[in-house]
Design a protein around this ligand. Structure first.
Ligand SMILES: [Zn+2]
Length: 173
């Protein structure tokens, strides 16, 4: 490996770790609450799979990931609030896949730039226009919080969505 590549790699990994970033990853629904279904794919299972694949990708960049739901369990909103409250200074991504509402939503001006960056990058990586607007969503919110509705169905694989989200989050932070 030539020395310039070594220097570039060292800089990139140091940069990621030194930020001490963390992320609450909140996959919606679960258990008796399956959410939407399209092409026989259940929203709860789809977003769970995306979250599971996204977690190690971000951790490899030095980002601590707090996965709110790591199994097909029902977790109430109150329980989710408790889990996320353990790490209030971390970013928060609420993951859903609601057909007809594909997009990135935010709540509060302080989250707009972060959400806009994720939306701009994600729509390029998944090659699909995405909605972007402020929305008084019922889910959790806080510092650098977004609500993302991924496309659901036969043309949307968890692996490709996790890869696109990974690159979009890295560019947004
Ligand atoms: Zn949902």
């Amino acid at each position: 490996m030539n020395k310039y590549i070594v220097i570039a790699c060292a800089f990139f990994s140091l940069n990621a770790v030194s930020e001490e970033l963390c992320l609450n990853l909140n996959a919606g629904h679960g258990g008796r609450d399956g959410g939407f279904m399209r092409d026989s794919i259940l929203e709860s299972q789809f977003v769970l799979e995306v979250a599971k694949q996204l977690e190690p990708l971000l951790e490899a960049q030095g980002i601590e990931v707090n996965n709110v739901r790591s199994a097909d369990d029902y977790i109430s909103l109150d329980e989710r609030v408790d889990i996320v409250s353990n790490a209030p200074d971390c970013m928060l991504i609420n993951l859903h896949a609601e057909p007809g509402s594909e997009g990135v939503y935010y709540k509060g001006d302080e989250n707009r730039d972060f959400a806009k960056s994720i939306k701009d990058n994600l729509s390029v990586y998944i090659k699909q226009p995405l909605a972007f607007k402020e929305k008084a969503y019922r889910e959790l919110y806080g510092k650098k919080a977004v609500y993302i509705n991924l496309p659901l169905g036969d043309n949307s694989s968890p692996k490709s969505m996790a890869g696109a989200l990974y690159k979009s989050v890295l560019r947004a932070i």
